[in-house]
Design a protein around this ligand. Sequence first.
Ligand code: ZN
Length: 256
Amino acid sequence: MIWDTHAHLDDPDYAEDFQEVVARLLSSGITRVTNVGYDLASSERSVKLSQDYDFIYAAIGIHPHNAEGATDETWAKLLLLAKQPKVLAWGEIGLDYYRDLSPRSIQKEIFIQQIKLANEVGLPIVIHNRDAHQDVLEIVKAHPPKYGGVFHCYSGSLEMAAILLNLGFYLSFAGPVTYKNARHTVEVAGNVPLDRILVETDSPYLTPEPRRGKRNEPTYVREVVKKIAEIRKIPFEDLASQTMLNAATLFGIHKK
Ligand SMILES: [Zn+2]
């Protein structure tokens, strides 16, 4: 049993063969998928998917790319979505200084605002951080998420990982841990305490080896589990069940 903790199955890339993607993941032992929103519309689609499919859960939020244009109405609608029974997290939120699609000041402002909203409704947060390590760290220190959180597709250093683990965060690994140039990520994945690791695909992006470059789907989270189990020298099944338990703990699924 594996939990793909971060996917975007509402992406148009799946319009043609969604049912086949679902059939494949279910027959590959993927028993849960968290579908993650990045704007209001995708948050609504995530909630809809969680209503239509037993194995799908939702996260809702505004990605830093879409930081501009969020209004009071956006927040009001997200707060309503947050109360839906299978919404387990607020995200993905954070900072992206790599693509810089929104002004940094606005990215920071809505990141902070959404941590506050997550605290208000009792949800953990899903953090997207690209080339913004210092500012993300400052913000989560100044505005700690009360219900914890996960750094999705963790790409930082071992030093930063140590700080985040101390602050109580989980680190989630995706396809890049299988890439040939992933020396740093492999090092981190080998050192994070086993009870703080999550696995994900970020489908349709970040396809693990050996399919790198093609469309990703939750079934391939098995490659991520396989790689980290190899790094840790533990059985595949042990890592799968441990990461399942970790996700259940972070997402507070027992309470839902
Ligand atoms: Zn994502």
